[in-house]
Design a protein around this ligand. Structure first.
Ligand code: UGY
Ligand code: MN
Length: 259
């Protein structure tokens, strides 16, 4: 169902949804039910806005489908906003501060505040995970442009478990006030404990299936689902099925809490 699956028109059965929205807490947003939003600057693109401050997030996540000749030539971000793009599928040219990056599936680019991101689709259709957040500066430290492909990143055993891996997409430097990671659980693997933390996540599921614990509810999830985990939302998962459960997610870091 829905535009993203090319499945519009009347359903064959009653209207139903796996979506769960608990404002200020957590949300599960599956692909069925996503709607298209028009955002100035994006041409030949279907965009869905996912997490926003209205949901309880300090950031905004977007799912972007760039059609043939799809682009953003006016620039996204800049001023005090940091932005990040990850290619879920496809091939694009991304530009930042006169530098050009050819990004294919698994490629990404981070632009620090003050640097706008320009996008141009290079194939028939590309799907992007896009992020923006107001940057929190820290005296004596700065973020910088980072681009890479996940294939070049080390797969680190996650917290002493031999069947869970993490990749860190951005440098672990104080100049960065957030990071993107990819967590991969082999079938049967799980977190080692139920996490309880102030940091927020916006997570896009890249592969597999699992049972995700959100605020003490076990919820089935699968590839192409989006999960928002707000501050202090209890969280953990088990990977089920035949394929590894893998998701890309953002996490704020390296800053004290303002009071
Ligand atoms: O880094 C994290 O907080 C991560 N392990 N959280 C999560 O997977 N829900
Ligand atoms: Mn977490």
């Amino acid at each position: 169902m829905g535009y993203i699956n090319n499945n519009t028109g009347y359903p064959k059965d009653l209207l139903a949804s796996r979506a769960i929205i608990k404002r200020q807490n957590y949300a599960l947003i599956p692909p069925d039910g996503l709607v298209k939003n028009i955002i100035p600057g994006f041409d030949n693109c279907d965009i869905t806005i996912l997490s926003t401050p209205k949901l309880g997030a300090s950031f905004v996540d977007y799912l972007v489908t760039m059609h043939k000749d799809g682009n953003n030539l006016q620039g996204f971000g800049g001023k005090d906003l940091e932005v990040f793009v990850y290619v879920i599928q496809g091939e694009i040219t991304a530009k930042a501060d006169q530098q050009s990056f050819h990004l294919q599936t698994g490629g990404y680019l981070y632009c620090p505040c003050g640097v706008k991101l320009y996008l141009q689709n290079m194939t028939s259709s590309s799907r992007l995970f896009l992020y923006k957040r107001r940057y929190t500066p820290l005296d004596g430290h700065q973020a910088r442009i980072v681009s890479n492909h996940v294939i070049n990143l080390e797969n680190i055993h996650y917290e002493n478990m031999d069947n869970v891996f993490v990749q860190d997409l951005l440098p672990k430097e104080l100049g960065f006030d957030m990071n993107f990671h990819i967590l991969t659980f082999q079938p049967g693997a799980s977190h080692g404990y139920i996490e309880t933390h102030v940091q927020e996540h916006g997570a896009y599921l890249l592969s597999g299936e699992g049972m995700y614990l959100l605020d003490n509810e076990w919820i089935p999830v699968k590839k192409d689902d989006y999960i928002f985990m707000g501050a202090y939302a209890l969280q953990a998962c088990y990977a089920v099925g035949k394929e590894p459960l893998s998701y890309i997610y953002s996490k704020d870091c390296h800053r004290d809490v303002e009071i």
